[in-house]
Write a protein that binds this ligand. Structure first.
Ligand code: PEP
Length: 250
């Protein structure tokens, strides 16, 4: 039985003092959940969040990293650097990074490998644009992104990869995929993993849904057979709202 993993993506929001206050309030609201709770925060907040979350069930993640360990890459942060301060997760291949920062399937794949080499767990985003969806290409796009992202990983690494299916047209727009549509797309992703790595691996991989998740729709989405929780952007910025999403099954 796969557990539910619910991750917040703060994107480029929250100053350190706001982040500390958030965790002080949030911690008490989610302490009894059996679901896994992750906050993916801006680099400058990582250290403060790791300190504030110590001794709680809240895990901390970054939102990106470089695939090289060190060197002349001005402005970049490596997996080794993240791991050295205690970060556990990292979002890779978010559509905003693919769209605004020229992230490709190839760089996403390199980053996933670097994350595993350094003991970080990747949350890998895949998803189709509205145009791709309307031309009937959703399955082809998301299975290709999944195959290329996971290329060359061991079965164990694939099992430990979290995939976030995030239809791009649903991110930050208030539009959500229907629970049936989201579940079907996630089944396509799982079938692609089964084809390449076998049923045992596919059955274990956590595949989240992301795209305008809020407390009002979390229960319906996360109760579907193949949706193993969510990656939540806007609605993760308020501790009480995000806590309701984490506690969707209460
Ligand atoms: C995201 O940032 O991954 C996301 C899904 O954003 P939102 O929940 O705001 O649509």
């Amino acid at each position: 039985m796969r557990k539910k993993v619910i991750a917040g993506n703060w994107k480029m929001n929250m100053l350190p003092n706001e982040a500390i206050e958030y965790i002080q309030e949030f911690e008490g609201l989610v302490k009894d959940t059996k679901n896994e709770v992750i906050l993916c925060v801006p680099y400058i907040d990582l250290f403060y969040c790791l300190n504030s979350a110590q001794g709680t069930n809240i895990k901390i993640g970054a939102q990106n990293m470089h695939w090289e360990e060190k060197g002349a890459f001005t402005g970049e942060v490596s997996a080794q650097m993240l791991k050295s301060i205690g970060v556990e997760y990292v979002i890779l291949g978010h559509s905003e990074r693919r769209q605004y920062f020229a992230e490709t399937d190839e760089t996403v794949n390199k980053k996933i490998k670097a994350a595993f080499e350094n003991g970080l767990k990747p949350i890998v985003c895949v998803g189709e644009t509205l145009e791709q969806r309307e031309s009937g290409k959703t399955a082809e796009i998301i299975t290709t992104q999944t195959r290329l992202a996971l290329d060359g990983l061991t079965n164990d690494q694939v099992k430990n990869t979290i995939i976030a299916y995030e239809p791009i047209w649903a991110i930050g727009t208030g539009k959500t995929a229907t629970s049936e549509d989201a579940n079907n797309s996630i089944k396509e992703i799982r079938a692609e993993i089964e084809k390449n790595y076998g049923k045992d691996v596919a059955d274990e991989v956590i595949i989240q849904y992301g795209g305008s998740v809020k407390s009002a729709n979390a229960k319906e989405l996360f109760s579907m057979s193949d949706i193993d929780g969510g990656l939540v952007g806007g609605a993760s910025l308020k501790p009480d709202e995000f806590a309701k999403i984490v506690n969707f099954d209460k």
